[in-house]
Design a protein. Structure first.
Length: 290
């Protein structure tokens, strides 16, 4: 018998349906802080044993870096099909079939069910909310002095390391999310929200704060920070936002929200080493201007 649970992340409601006795529920505790009783949902995902695929045509084939997951996208009759694998050299283990507006999704898996469920929900969330003043961001987010500070960068540049350096060196700093926080513009104010998706760090906090700054991490032989121009800030934040840019409504939604955020929030480039001084240099600049 199917069990349905409903969640709210950054004010957006969605549901997951899965067999009630499926052991995967035990490993999906990252969603527990976000459980609600509401029934009016923005989108829904149901895990099913099988579904039909008609008219499959390739839309996008990912080129992930070593160690990153692979997600390929196809158009099908009535919507889209996402094929996912945990690593580039591993076979596809999950197929997500979604409606054209991303409001309804069906997922079948052959293995790695928890990985597939998490990725399916992240994808649907990002695409469904793209036109709702919402950005799902690949970043680490630390809270200090009542504001959230997002650290962006390519995989391996040290986003999580920099957050840990803040926790070690900056009084009152704590981690809100370490991989996929959400920014939402509410009443003209960009706010950052904790989510069920935090990468390898178990940090699933249902809370939100005004965004104090966005900082792009760049590995360098010195510790130095400067404020970006609006154009540079836009490019930095846009490149770290999740969204299917091949679809114009999603691309337009991302463009509008990123534009709104960078006009209200200072964006910086931090050239740094993975050392204590990097957190001290960064915090002095961004806390003083937040």
């Amino acid at each position: 018998m199917l069990l349905k649970r409903t969640y709210k992340v950054a004010g957006h409601v969605f549901s997951l349906s899965l067999e009630g006795e499926d052991r995967a529920w035990e490993a999906l505790g990252n969603y527990d802080p976000f459980v609600i009783d509401e029934t009016e949902e923005l989108f829904s995902l149901e895990v099913v044993p099988e579904f039909d695929i008609q008219g499959k045509k390739e839309l996008y084939v990912s080129e992930p870096e070593p160690g990153e997951q692979r997600i390929d996208i196809h158009t099908i009759e009535g919507g889209y099909l996402f094929e996912m694998a945990p690593l580039p050299d591993l076979p596809v283990c999950g197929w997500l079939k979604v409606s054209g507006d991303f409001s309804k999704g069906f997922l079948k898996t052959t293995s790695n069910k928890v990985f597939c469920v998490n990725n399916a929900l992240m994808l649907m969330y990002a695409f469904r909310t793209a036109g709702l003043d919402t950005l799902e961001i690949h970043a680490s987010c630390t809270v200090c002095q009542g504001k959230g500070f997002l650290f962006l960068g390519k995989s391996g540049t040290g986003k999580s390391t920099h957050s840990r350096l803040w926790l070690k060196n900056i009084d009152g700093a704590w981690l809100l999310n370490d991989d996929n926080p959400v920014i939402r513009v509410v009443d003209g104010i960009p706010r950052v929200y904790g989510t069920p998706w935090s990468g390898k760090t178990p940090c699933y906090i249902n809370d939100d704060y005004p965004v104090g700054a966005v900082v792009r991490i760049n590995r360098a032989p010195h510790d130095q920070i400067h404020r970006m121009s609006l154009v540079e800030g836009f490019a930095s934040l846009y490149s770290s936002s999740s969204g299917l840019r091949a679809l114009k409504p999603i691309a337009d939604g991302l463009f509008d929200t990123v534009s709104s955020v960078v006009q209200k929030v200072p964006c910086y480039l931090l050239d740094c080493l993975p050392d204590d001084e990097a957190a001290i240099v960064c915090s002095k600049e961004v806390l003083g201007n937040a």
